[in-house]
Ligand binder design. Structure first.
Ligand code: FES
Ligand SMILES: [Fe+2]
Length: 372
């Protein structure tokens, strides 16, 4: 027998989201909440920092800032990818200033202590005279690092759950996209004047698509979404692509397919807590990294990846997809910035989610669980 309360639910609303509203103002503007997020989320969760294709050979490295910590991410001589704090064990100097490059060893610019690519201290001039000094005690401080489908993740926590265990619920889900062997074609960075959570909420619904993305709406109807991950840290599902079409400026496929994709009329969108948006198309994937800079500013790094064979074809027109999504991204960031402006007002109160916003509601639920 139905209770009074369940009878009152519209059919399209899941009980979990009945009465769900957007988050209170403090979550978007408060420096205290921001500091709490940096501590509870960005210092403890597995965070996307790149893809293994961005470090093709031994000695390639890049520097990334995570929770205010500068990290060196490098492929060592055994081709293993490692991460270290960008801090010298002598007197603490920053080791690498450049954003990326190639190096045979990590040498400190101050007194020239030199570390191998696996972090071991190899050279420390005049330290043989220092009583009790042993180079073995002064390796670079390592950072937890793992690979999932070729994506590189780091975790600043002390003893985090292993990455494979964290991603176990998604095991094999994306294997036919061949994600681990894809190659990058383009990176665009966006400096967005909005709280990072607004971008997750925006990505997780297409209620806004008819008005905000007229070009997307023509190819992929806003009401065609079907979600298969509806609760927890991984959320999303697919939307339909109109027959014979592709999400590109021309509307045509711009590259060879990334793998044996069974359903060519689908684009899959997944948000992976707390800083990854994964968009899987038949012929390319697009990945966003979100890096909160302040309560009201977020750096977004967007990469496009294609199958290595696609690069060899004369019919490869990556810009057709990149321009399409660069336009769509900017449309999204604009409404996120408008949201930030309105949410900062004394008139803002949390507003009710529609039946088309069950995923943003689920994202907020999980976020609040982690923050508690
Ligand atoms: S601080 Fe690095 S060698 Fe002195
Ligand atoms: Fe959008």
């Amino acid at each position: 027998m139905h209770t009074q309360a369940t009878r009152a639910f519209p059919k399209t609303l899941k009980p979990a989201m009945v009465g769900a509203k957007s988050l209170p103002q403090k979550y978007f503007v408060s420096p205290d909440v921001f500091a709490d997020e940096q501590h509870k989320i960005f210092s403890k969760e597995w965070l996307l920092i790149g893809h293994q294709s961005q470090l093709p050979g031994a000695g390639e490295f890049f520097v990334v800032t995570v929770a205010d910590e500068s990290l060196i991410v490098v492929r060592d001589q055994q081709r293993q990818i490692r991460a270290f704090y960008n801090v010298c064990r002598h007197r603490g100097s920053r080791l690498k200033e450049e954003a990326c490059g190639h190096t045979s060893a990590i040498q400190c610019p101050y007194h020239a202590w030199t570390y191998a690519l696996d972090g071991r201290l190899m050279g420390a001039p005049h330290m043989d005279d220092a009583p009790g000094f042993d180079k073995a005690d002064y390796s670079l401080p390592p950072v937890n690092l793992g690979l999932w489908e070729g994506f590189i993740f780091v975790n600043l926590g002390k003893n985090p759950e292993p990455l494979e265990k964290w991603f176990a619920p998604l095991s094999g889900k994306f294997s036919h996209w061949n994600v681990s062997i894809l190659q990058p074609a383009k990176r665009i960075e966006y400096d967005v004047h909005a709280n990072w959570k607004l971008m997750f909420e925006n990505y997780s619904e297409c209620y806004h698509c008819p008005g905000v993305h007229p070009q997307l709406q023509k190819i992929s109807p806003y009401d065609s979404a079907e979600n298969d991950l509806r609760d927890g840290p991984f959320l999303g599902g697919f939307m339909q692509i109109n027959p014979g079409k592709s999400l590109t400026m021309s509307g045509n496929a711009c590259a060879a397919f990334v793998g044996k994709i069974e359903k060519l009329q689908r684009v899959f969108y997944y948000s992976i807590f707390p800083n990854m948006l994964l968009s899987l198309h038949p012929e390319y994937i697009m990945v966003h990294q979100l890096w909160p800079q302040s309560p009201e500013r977020t750096l977004i790094v967007c990469d496009w990846f294609f199958h290595p064979d696609a690069f060899l074809s004369e019919k490869f027109i990556p810009d057709d997809a990149i321009e399409f999504w660069d336009t769509t991204n900017r449309q999204d960031w604009h409404v996120c910035e408008l949201s930030q402006q309105g949410i900062g007002s004394r008139a803002y109160r949390p507003g009710p989610f529609s039946s088309r916003e069950s995923i943003p509601a689920a994202w907020d639920r999980y976020y609040l669980r982690v923050m508690r």
